[in-house]
Design a protein around this ligand. Structure first.
Ligand code: KG4
Ligand code: ZN
Length: 356
C-alpha cells in the first residue's frame, strides 16, 4: 500500500464506511461498480455485441472492446453512485481466471488509477466474486444471505463447481467438471441447433414451450462429486445428426422439445451431485451463482429440490448472475478488511490453478 492517508485510515479503523470501486473485465463484459460496505451504490455493465456474429467470444475483439469501454464504464459507475474518486478506499479488480487479453485491460486500468490517485489495489478471484455476490445488499432492500458454511453451485460458461463456503475467504471446491462447463454444454448444443450465441438464454426461452421428457440424452457416470458434460453433448449431436438424415426439417420441427429435454438433462445432472454433497456434508444452505444460475429451469428445480429436502435456497438477483463488478467489489471489500492488498507488479492469470 503506497498511500499514507489510505494506510492510516485502514490501520486506525477510523474508516467505518469502506468504499470499494470494483472492476471486472475477465471475458466479454466490461463492468464497474461502487460498493459502500456491503451496500451496492452502482453496477454498470457494457456487454459486447461484437461476438454474436462469430458464434463465440473472440479474445482479441473482447480485449479491444474493453479498452473502448473501461473509462466510460468506470466514470458512469462513480457518477451513478454519486461519489468522487477521492472517496474510494480501494480498487478491487478481477485478476483471473479469464481471457488474459481481457483481464489485462482491467488490471492495467486499475493499476493506472491506483498510481494516479494513490488508491490501494485489491485483487479478486472471479469465481469467489460470483459466490460472494450472495452477500450484497441494495440501498433500498436487504437481500437474503446464506449462513456459513453454505454450498454454492457455481455454473458459468467456463466453470461448473460445487464449492463449500466457510467464510468470505475460506472456500473449498468439492466437485468440478472434468470436461465441459454447464454453460458450455448449453452454448455448444445451441450451436448444433443453429441458435445464436450465447445459446443458454435462447434455450431457456424455447424450453418453456417444449416437453422436457420428449428426448432422452446420455447422463454421465463420474467419480466423487465431479461433473461431466461432454457425453451429453455427443449424445445430443448424434441424436440430431441421425434424425436430420431422416428428416432435414427435424431440428426446426422439434426445437422446443429438444431445448426442453436438453435443459432438463443438464439440470438433473447438476442437482444430482448437489444433493449428494449436501447429504454428505450435512450443509443445507444452498446457493447458485454464475451465468447459468439465470436459467429459469435451474432456479425452479433448485427451489423444488430444496422444499423436498429442507434446504434454504438462495437464488441470485438476475443482475448478479452474469459477469458484473458488484461481486468483485464485494469480494474486494472482504479482502480489504483483512488487509490483503496487491502490489503494482501484479499480473493477470488465465487459469484458476494459478490463483490458488
Ligand atoms: O458467468 P458468465 O456470465 O461468464 C463466465 O464467467 O463464463 O456465464 C456465461 C454463461 C454462458 O454459457 C451462457 O450461455 C450462460 O451463462 N447463460 C445461461 C443463461 N443465461 C446465461 N444458460 C442457461 N440459461 C440461461 N438463462
Ligand atoms: Zn463469470
Amino acid at each position: 500500500m503506497h498511500n499514507r492517508t489510505h494506510f492510516f485510515r485502514y490501520l486506525c479503523g477510523m474508516n467505518n464506511t469502506i468504499t470499494i470501486l470494483g472492476i471486472e473485465s475477465s471475458c466479454d463484459d466490461t463492468s464497474a461498480a461502487v460498493l459502500r460496505n456491503n451496500v451496492l451504490l452502482s453496477n454498470v455493465i457494457a456487454s459486447q455485441a461484437v461476438h454474436i456474429k462469430y458464434g463465440g467470444v473472440i479474445p482479441e475483439l473482447a480485449s479491444r472492446a474493453h479498452q473502448q469501454n473501461i473509462i466510460p464504464v468506470v466514470d458512469t459507475a462513480l457518477k451513478e453512485a454519486g461519489i468522487g474518486i477521492d472517496e474510494v478506499d480501494a480498487i478491487a479488480f478481477t485478476r483471473g481466471p479469464g481471457l488474459v487479453g481481457s483481464l489485462l485491460v482491467g488490471v492495467s486500468f486499475a493499476k493506472g488509477l491506483s498510481i494516479a490517485r494513490n488508491i490501494p489495489l485489491v485483487e479478486v478471484n472471479h469465481l469467489q466474486g460470483h459466490i460472494l455476490s450472495h452477500l450484497i445488499d441494495l440501498p433500498d432492500r436487504e437481500l437474503p444471505h446464506p449462513r456459513f458454511p453454505f454450498l454454492c453451485l457455481l455454473v458459468s460458461g467456463g466453470h461448473t463447481q460445487i464449492v463449500r463456503v466457510d467464510s468470505p475467504s475460506e472456500m473449498e471446491i468439492l466437485g468440478t467438471t472434468i470436461d465441459d462447463a454447464a454453460g458450455e454444454a448449453f452454448d455448444k448444443c445451441a450451436k448444433v441447433m443453429g441458435l445464436p450465441y450465447p445459446g443458454g438464454p435462447v434455450i431457456d426461452r424455447l424450453a418453456q414451450e417444449g416437453d422436457p421428457k420428449a428426448f432422452h440424452f446420455a447422463r454421465p457416470h463420474v467419480d466423487g462429486f465431479n461433473y461431466s458434460f461432454s457425453g451429453l453433448k455427443t449424445s445430443f449431436l448424434y441424436t440430431l445428426r441421425d434424425a436430420v438424415k431422416e428428416n432435414p426439417n427435424f431440428i426446426e420441427e422439434h426445437k422446443a422439445d429438444l431445448c426442453a429435454s436438453l435443459q432438463h438433462t443438464i439440470i438433473e445432472i447438476l442437482l444430482k451431485q448437489l444433493v449428494r454433497v449436501s447429504k454428505e456434508t450435512g450443509i443445507r444452505d444452498i446457493a447458485i451463482a454464475g451465468g447459468v444460475s439465470a436459467n429459469s429451469g435451474l432456479r425452479n428445480g433448485i427451489v423444488a429440490e430444496g422444499k423436498k429436502r429442507g434446504w434454504r435456497t438462495f437464488l441470485p438477483e438476475f443482475k448478479f448472475t452474469t459477469d458484473n463488478a458488484a461481486m468483485i467489489a464485494m469480494s474486494g471489500y472482504h479482502r480489504y478488511q483483512k488487509g490483503e492488498f496487491s502490489s503494482l507488479d501484479i499480473a493477470p492469470v488465465a487459469r484458476l490453478e494459478e490463483l490458488l
